[in-house]
Design a protein around this ligand. Structure first.
Ligand SMILES: [Zn+2]
Length: 448
């Protein structure tokens, strides 16, 4: 993991958030190369699930939502982690993360029986477990800090509370009826959304795996209640195809989540567990959510969420299958799959990102063999301009010697390096060097 973090920083993929001010825990910033990789990943997902399918449509909902949304969804009451405080050093931890074999619903008694030592000071002197809600609160409208302490204004201030959304899913559910009433989709149909969501993690860690702000890609797939099993299987297949063929991933497995560990409304959930450098972690989830969310909205708003079948005339609340991916988790899965340190013949060591071509930030790097020979530079510029027009994502590099340029391009995952040399001026061919095999061949410029 440290090597990947270091490469990400060195080459401009990912920086610690607000680093110049000493950082800000649980936040990460994507640099020039990181943005390209992240966008490629998000665009591939959108192309695969939305653009190329007839029955899945996109939405882009506001991050700030009516607080009633989170009451109805259960987040206000239950989106909480078990917080435990060390009475000696006042360090606060997630109980289920510092002890083995317990989950979020651990009680104080169960925790104390495990005799855990404080990770900071080594003592065993714990307060009771308290539920810590992970939603970030903010105030909407003109609320002053003093309003919160002033008895007269307090009620007003409390009424202004809003949350940064903890998931993108609810922005989809709240638009279900709008979509049904405007574009009349047949069942099954899906609504997809990409966007930021926020969780006030007690202890953010593992690089971008557990951060306080993340991008999600979610689909709510609405189906007839009696067809959920069939549609669930199809969704498993579709997601596997995306992860293997578009993202180049293989080091993951399906974990059928046992009934006791599932959300109470879910009748089937698969966690896609990925082998990260620091151990196995969830990459994405696929959950059958029944009619839980739409029925909640129906109850809370008094508005019907029923779908009227055009063919049979029957009305019912559709059931939902939800694939949900965290983009940063996917970025890290792609990076750790692509990352290799190896020794070339001749003893030279290199680090290489074997990124799939569709995800690599740059597809080609063009350079003149020597930067102080104007005729080589001019010819290389010509090649560069031609490729740039055709492939957009082409980079230019005339720094250092060829060996250094190759090592840099290997580290940022550029699949092909093209070098213009003196032979080019004679026969119009260039050297094309392959990132993965390091083999070099000569190719006519017209055939690049
Ligand atoms: Zn302590």
């Amino acid at each position: 993991m440290e090597e990947i973090v270091s490469l990400c920083k060195r080459r401009g993929f990912i920086f610690p958030g607000s680093e110049v001010y000493g950082g800000f825990a649980g936040t990460w910033d994507f640099g020039p190369l990181g943005v390209m990789l992240k966008r490629n990943i998000m665009n591939e997902w959108w192309k695969f699930f939305v653009d190329s399918r007839d029955e899945i449509f996109g939405v882009d909902a506001a991050i700030l939502m009516n607080p009633k949304v989170w009451e109805a969804s259960g987040h206000t009451a239950t989106f909480a982690d078990p917080l435990v405080e060390c009475k000696k050093c006042h360090g606060r931890f997630r109980a289920d993360k510092i002890a083995e074999g317990i989950n979020e619903s651990v009680t104080t008694e169960e925790f104390l029986n495990l005799h855990v030592k404080c990770p900071t000071c080594g003592e065993e002197d714990w307060g009771p477990i308290r539920k810590f809600n992970m939603m970030f609160t903010t105030h909407v409208g003109a609320v002053l800090p003093e309003d919160l302490s002033d008895a007269g204004s307090k009620e007003l201030a409390e009424k202004s509370v809003a949350y940064l959304r903890p998931e993108t899913a609810q922005g989809i559910f709240t638009n279900y009826k709008n979509v049904v009433d405007t574009i009349y989709p047949d069942l099954p149909f899906g609504l997809a959304q990409q966007g930021k969501s926020f969780r006030n993690e007690i202890s953010p860690r593992d690089f971008i795996l557990r951060d306080r702000e993340c991008s999600q890609m979610e689909i709510e797939y609405f189906v007839r209640p009696d067809e959920w099993e069939k549609e669930f299987e199809k969704m498993v297949e579709l997601n596997d195809k995306f992860l293997t063929e578009k993202m180049g991933l293989s080091k993951y497995r399906h974990l059928e989540v046992a009934e006791k560990d599932r959300a109470h409304y879910s009748k089937r959930t698969i966690d896609y567990m990925f082998e990260y450098p620091n151990g196995e972690e969830e990459l994405m989830g696929l959950a059958y959510r029944t009619d839980f969310d739409l029925s909640n909205i129906q109850r809370a708003t008094g508005k019907s969420m029923e779908y009227r079948d055009k063919r049979t005339g029957e009305s019912f609340v559709p059931h939902v299958i939800e694939p949900s991916i965290g983009v940063e988790r996917l970025v890290l899965a792609v990076l750790s799959t692509a990352y290799f340190e190896e020794e070339l013949s001749g003893g030279e060591k290199r680090t290489v990102l074997r990124l799939p071509e569709n995800l690599a930030p740059y597809k080609f790097c063009v350079s003149p063999l020597l930067k102080n020979k104007p005729e080589l530079v001019e010819k290389a510029r010509e090649v560069y301009d031609g490729l740039r027009e055709k492939y957009t994502f082409v980079t230019w590099d005339d720094s250092g010697n060829i060996g250094k340029r190759y090592r840099k391009q290997d580290e940022i995952g550029t699949p092909k390096c093209i070098v213009v040399d003196f032979t080019t001026l004679e026969d119009n061919t260039v050297t094309v060097r392959d990132r993965d095999t390091t083999e070099q061949i000569r190719v006519e410029i017209d055939k690049l």
